[in-house]
Each structure stands twice: as C-alpha cells, then as structure tokens.
Design a protein around this ligand. Structure first.
Ligand code: NAD
Length: 268
C-alpha cells in the first residue's frame, strides 16, 4: 500500500480529527504568514495584529488599518476552498471525521461545508459582542461593500474611524461588536478550546495539515493528541515542529495530496 491508500484505510476505519494551519489554504491563494509574500513582510504584526497597539494605530492612523483591511479582505474574498477543504467536509458528511480544529481565519472550511469546527483563532467574517459575546457573521457581499467604502473615504481620519465602527456595528445589548479574530497576546476563546480538546479526546487519528507548529498554544495540540495515544499523520511539504511526532509524514502539498485521496476514495 502507498501512503495515500494507507491514509484512506485509516480514515475509513478510525475516528479522525483534522488540525489545519495556513498551509492548508495556501493553494486557495492565501499566503502563509511566515512564507515569502506573506502578510507580515509588509505589515508589522506589532502594529497590525497585537493588542493594544492595533487599537492605538486605529485611533491615530486609521488609514494604515484601512490599507491593511483592504489588502487582507481582497485576498480573502478571492479565495475559494481547495481539495483539502472539500475532502474534509466530505469525510464529515460521510460520518468519517469528527471535526476540524483550525488555526485559519479564512472561513474556507465552512464554505466547503464543514459543520463541526473549532476556530481557535477566530474568523475574519465573524464579529462578537465585547460584552455578551453574541456572534454575527458578515457575508462576502457585506465585506465587499465595506472595502469599497474604505477606498472611497481614503485618508479622511474621522470618516475612516466611523466607517470601521459602523461596519462592525452594535449588538442588541448596546455594546460594540469587535472582530472575533484573536490578536497576538490575546487568550484563545474558551469555547473553541473546549471544543478542540473534546474532539481530540474522542479521536484515534490526528491529521495535521499545513501547520508549522510554532504558534502556541495551538501548536500544543499535536503533542496533546500524541499523549492521548492518537496516531499522527502530517501533511506538509516541509519539515515542521510536528514532523518528529508523525507516524506517517506526507511530504506533499495539501491540495495535491487530498486531490489524490478524493480521486480514489469511494472506490478503494
Ligand atoms: P505558518 O505560516 O506558521 O506555517 C505554514 C505551514 O504550512 C509551514 O509549515 C509550511 O511548510 C506549510 N505549507 C506550505 N505550503 C503548504 C502546502 N501547499 N500544503 C501544506 N502545507 C504547506 O502557519 P500556521 O502554522 O498556521 O501558523 C500561523 C498563524 O497564522 C496561525 O495562527 C494562523 O491562524 C494564521 N494564518 C492564517 C491564515 C489563514 O487563515 N488562511 C493565513 C496565514 C496565517
């Protein structure tokens, strides 16, 4: 049996949980953060993704935040799920996958049809009330209109601040909605962590796809899964912090590997 066939047998016979990182969405057109052409080459994460600095930048230089949001959402809006996202959604539908734990914020698993998902780092389309934690999800169309408005306002500081606050909106409880995305230095959402641990506790196979394993606390999950006795499969063209733990290492791109899986899955 080759590795593709070995993985199919495991998926069909064991309880599997998937764990995904930026590499899973690379072939959907979203660069990884650390790879070449990644977002942080251009935008300093201390200014754009770390609290409280992002808040100061928003108040002082909303044009910087606006430029970042335009570029970030334009990449996200163009992206479509790839074979990785579709394969995982298909396995779940067939009752072969317990769920997905993702570090990605791009909503591509959900677009492909995955239902049971732990969004460890939030979701760029989702906003949460800062007081009561109520969630609301924006459509691609709403985001597109928001980006167009930001482009029209350009550098006018007050108007930019107003546009961004108006876009996020207010909760029926009166408090403001804020991004659900987890900023550097913020704790991960408890409900998502509980979901992730629950999935791993039920799993026999842990399928790690496209993650470097350096962003903690999420990077601790492969180690936790291994300590619980999970069989570990890694899909990553490069070696990562997780590779040493892997029982099967697939040195291929995620999209390529899952395309091969999907091709023969039903007839194998
Ligand atoms: P990372 O950027 O640290 O690592 C990406 C990993 O993907 C690397 O190990 C790389 O070798 C691997 N990779 C590259 N191309 C691949 C491919 N075609 N198929 C499979 N693997 C491939 O990403 P990370 O480990 O997810 O951690 C970075 C953080 O950045 C996470 O917190 C994540 O939330 C965030 N992030 C999210 C997105 C997104 O939502 N799509 C994009 C960039 C970063």
């Amino acid at each position: 049996m080759n590795k593709v066939e070995e993985v199919i047998v495991l998926i069909k016979s064991k309880k599997v949980v998937a764990f995904t990182g930026a590499g899973a969405s690379l072939e959907s057109g979203i660069p990884t953060f650390r790879g070449r052409g990644g977002l942080w080459e251009k935008y300093d994460p201390r200014v754009y993704a770390t609290l409280p600095f992002v808040f100061f930048t928003f108040l002082k230089n909303p044009d910087k935040i606006s430029e970042f949001l335009i570029e970030f959402y334009e990449v996200l809006l163009r992206a479509e799920p790839n074979s990785t996202h579709y394969a995982l959604a298909e396995f779940e539908k067939k009752g072969l996958l317990l769920g997905v734990i993702t570090q990605n914020i791009d909503n591509l698993h959900q677009l492909a049809g995955t239902k049971n998902i732990s969004e460890l780092h939030g979701n760029a389309y989702k906003f949460r009330c800062r007081l009561c934690n109520r969630k609301k999800i924006k459509t691609k169309e709403e985001i597109r209109r928001f980006i167009d408005r930001l482009k029209r306002v350009k550098f006018r500081r007050r108007e930019l601040i107003r546009e961004i606050l108006f876009f996020m909106g207010r909760c029926p409880c009166g408090a403001r909605f804020i991004p659900s995305v987890v900023f550097f230095g913020q704790a991960l959402p408890e409900e998502e962590l509980v979901k992730a641990y629950d999935l791993i506790d039920k799993a026999e196979v842990f399928l790690s796809i496209g993650t470097s394993g350096v962003v903690y606390p999420a990077a601790g999950f492969p180690f936790y899964a291994k300590s619980r006795g999970c069989f570990l499969i890694e899909v990553n063209p490069e070696n990562s912090e997780i590779s040493g733990l892997a029982d099967i290492k697939i040195s291929d791109s995620a999209n390529n590997f899952f395309s091969k899986i999907l091709e023969i899955f039903d007839n194998f």
